[in-house]
Design a protein around this ligand. Structure first.
Ligand code: ZN
Length: 328
């Protein structure tokens, strides 16, 4: 299967972005894949391309109408048979989508989560060949009534598809308390503490996922157990493990450079720290900078153009942080 050719002729990209091809290859072959991508790294293509190649219609659950519309419009502009079912369609439009679905003319069908609780819709689905099921839980801010967003997100959380967490530490600010007695240092310390805790939670969650991916046995059973449920049978009988008996491969993190720090780098770091730049005044800020993580302040002061930016992006954050602290 020439996936690159499919990518070029249908999506107009010259090549895959890092990580996409391996995931797509697994899904095309009917296998499962666990992939972690940063925001904006091309997750959607990972189910859109297999949807084109596989027989049948891919069902994509998407919580937000605006997002669904964007995706479907973009796919249609590329000549891909995609449609959406949501409450904004007229009765005639809805009938057309159902007709296309029944005749097997759709490669991708986007639906809002609420749709899955309707018996009629589920009944229609039973007569359709589903090539794959994708849940696109993009947590973007969209101009939708809050109630709808909350309902959709709650549904996804109840089904175990997502874990909700408050975001927007950097996006929304509110002045609170008595302006005269407000202590900027205390507020900053509180924010730094919250940020640190969130960072800790995020890395714990990543570790959990890696641990999960490294376990062996029936994948369905493991997924259900992860969400606190059990399988009635001993094993599902149709996942990759059940069919082949091949255990999951151990998860290998990319190899990291061991202690690449030279005296010249130490001199650089001490120079950065002593420049009195407010965006680089603490070891943590310097570490983020050296690891190639931007912040509004480093971007604003154009620090990201400096040669030291991202110098240690291949080294674990903690390793760099410990080293920077020793230079401070
Ligand atoms: Zn199984």
């Amino acid at each position: 299967m020439d996936l690159l050719e499919t990518l070029q002729s249908n999506f107009g990209h010259a090549e895959f972005r890092p990580g996409q091809e391996a995931v797509i290859r697994s899904l095309v072959e009917g296998e499962s894949a666990l992939a972690l991508f940063p925001t904006g790294a091309g997750k959607s293509l990972c189910y859109q391309l297999p949807a084109l190649v596989r027989d049948g219609t891919a069902l994509v659950i998407s919580p937000l109408i605006a997002l669904m519309k964007d995706q479907v419009d973009a796919l249609r502009a590329k000549g891909i048979a995609a449609a959406r079912l949501d409450s904004s369609l007229s009765a005639a439009e809805t009938q057309q989508v159902y007709a296309d679905l029944r005749e097997g003319r759709l490669k991708l069908l986007y639906v809002a989560p609420e749709r899955l609780s309707g018996e009629t819709f589920l009944e229609r689905l039973r007569r359709v060949k589903i090539s794959l099921l994708a849940i696109d839980a993009a947590a973007r801010q969209i101009n939708e009534p809050r109630e709808r967003v909350v309902k959709a997100l709650t549904w996804l959380e109840e089904t175990g598809a997502i874990t909700q967490k408050p975001a927007g530490l950097r996006h929304g600010f509110r002045l609170c308390g008595d302006p005269v007695r407000r202590d900027p240092a205390a507020v900053a310390a509180r924010l730094a503490e919250l940020f640190g805790r969130r960072e800790e939670r995020d890395s714990q969650r990543l570790a959990q996922i890696l641990d999960f991916a490294g376990q062996s046995g029936c994948i369905t059973r493991r997924l259900l157990a992860y969400f606190g449920e059990t399988l009635d049978e001993a094993n599902c009988g149709h996942c990759h493990y059940c069919r082949t008996g091949v255990p999951s491969e151990p998860v290998c993190l990319p190899a990291t450079v061991v202690a690449p720090f030279a005296e010249a780098h130490a001199v650089e770091v001490r120079a950065l720290l002593s420049q009195g730049n407010r965006a680089l005044s603490t070891p943590r800020q310097v570490t983020r900078f050296l690891c190639g993580l931007t912040s509004p302040a480093t971007t604003r002061s154009k620090l990201t153009r400096r040669p030291e930016f991202g110098r240690f992006s291949a080294v674990p954050f903690r390793t760099v942080l410990e080293w920077v602290k020793r230079q401070a």
